[in-house]
Design a protein. Structure first.
Length: 415
């Protein structure tokens, strides 16, 4: 957006900020939050503090930097109010769990380490942020964030180097240690339900969906899901025969044994054969041909299976493992299926709905691209734990404000 567009929206932005930043009660905090949002929305190559302040009349970069890096305002009430407001506006079909990377030089920024990120498609020096987004086919908004802390930043797991000194310089709280990304995701889902919200569905990529503890964690919280899994995740066919095996008392829980061994989901789909694949069209795409939008379509196999693994066995001691959907995309041009999902939606769920929800996670990739290229999500140059969380919260607020403008039929849609 250019400065004139931002000026035109000043009244709407003031009203939005008055609602979302109502917890910022100290003198000047709310004004600086508005200035930061304006700086994020105005066009410019860098969205770090100094260049943003240079584009805003009457805004001092030191004051703006202090507000983001050092001011002790709590992000939780801001995120809570933002999530409530966007839940009403977006009316999400699902909550999407995913993570993205901040490419970094040096080792001082909190959580930075050599680790894999899809942002670069390789192992590189970066930070990883995990988010939960409210999503539909046409609109979405990040609602909560966690900064992933690798084991190298946890003094309980790493005794080499001055880990405690690095943490102190970055301002990492003493009670924060290494926690797997899927656990961070469950933490955020619990936090958001504590705000009085409830996910209609949870979607996630294979990095989360292939973890049996993550899927079982969703089931324990009564959160329906459609999550992508790796082709190596194992399951039993629905009709596999149960073998009578009384509990011997030697194990931690009575086990149910099946006559057929658990099989990788790829093999289950290949056994069903290409003839089981059905053509499905799940939504209208953004690509056009002869000025007509083209439908999204592919071929899918739908099977009823019993996902294997100790997390599910522990949750159902002495009982049959529950039956779930296995969805596999198998395009006619491919020799093998290309993607797999597991879902606990009811057996009567229409196939088109299953595919639409499985594919809904694509929206979060659109979010990350817009948050980074348009709003400077990965432009923050500070090196503190608090500053990172302040920045991603403010970027989420800017993204939410622009989303509300797009959804308003009376508003001129911002670029």
């Amino acid at each position: 957006m250019d400065p004139l567009d931002v000026h035109r929206l000043r009244d709407e932005l003031a009203g939005f900020a008055g609602d979302v930043f109502r917890s910022l009660t100290r003198l000047g905090w709310r004004d600086r939050a508005v200035s930061y949002l304006q700086g994020l929305m105005i066009d410019g190559r860098r969205k770090s503090v100094q260049p943003m302040a240079g584009r805003l009349p009457g805004v001092h970069d030191q004051a703006l930097n202090h507000f983001v890096t050092n001011s002790p305002w709590d992000v939780t009430p801001v995120r809570r109010q933002l999530a409530w407001r966007m839940d009403v506006a977006v009316q999400p079909l699902a909550w999407a769990v995913d993570d993205t990377g901040w490419l970094k030089c040096g080792s001082a920024s909190p959580g930075v380490a050599r680790q894999y990120t899809g942002t670069a498609g390789k192992v590189t020096n970066c930070q990883i942020g995990v988010s939960v987004n409210l999503v539909t086919d046409t609109a979405s908004c990040p609602a909560d964030w966690r900064l992933f802390l690798p084991a190298s930043w946890d003094p309980a797991l790493n005794t080499e180097g001055d880990v405690i000194g690095r943490r102190a310089k970055a301002g990492i709280p003493d009670d924060v240690g290494h926690r797997e990304k899927w656990r961070l995701a469950l933490d955020m889902l619990e936090e958001m339900t504590g705000w009085g919200l409830r996910p209609p569905l949870v979607v996630a990529d294979a990095g989360y969906g292939e973890v049996g503890d993550f899927r079982q964690g969703l089931e324990d919280r009564a959160m329906p899901y459609v999550v992508q899994v790796a082709h190596t995740v194992t399951a039993y066919p629905q009709d596999t025969v149960r073998v009578a095996a009384p509990y011997s008392g030697n194990g931690p829980y009575p086990r149910v044994i099946y006559r057929q061994a658990a099989t990788a989901v790829r093999e289950l789909v290949l056994s069903a054969g290409r003839g089981a694949a059905r053509p499905v069209r799940w939504r209208t795409g953004s690509r056009h041909r002869n000025r007509q939008p083209q439908p999204m379509r592919s071929h899918f196999v739908f099977l009823r299976v019993r996902p294997a693994g100790n997390p599910h066995r522990r949750a159902h001691p002495g009982q049959d493992l529950p039956v779930r959907w296995l969805i596999a995309e198998w395009p006619p041009t491919e020799a093998k299926p290309t993607k797999y999902w597991i879902s606990d939606l009811p057996a009567r769920t229409p196939r088109t709905r299953l595919v639409r929800l499985a594919k809904l996670r694509w929206r979060i990739e659109h979010d990350y691209r817009e948050l980074k290229t348009g709003l400077g999500l990965d432009h923050y140059e500070g090196r503190t734990w608090q500053g990172w969380h302040h920045h991603v919260t403010l970027v989420s607020a800017a993204h939410a404000f622009l989303t509300l403008q797009r959804l308003d039929p009376k508003a001129k849609a911002p670029a």
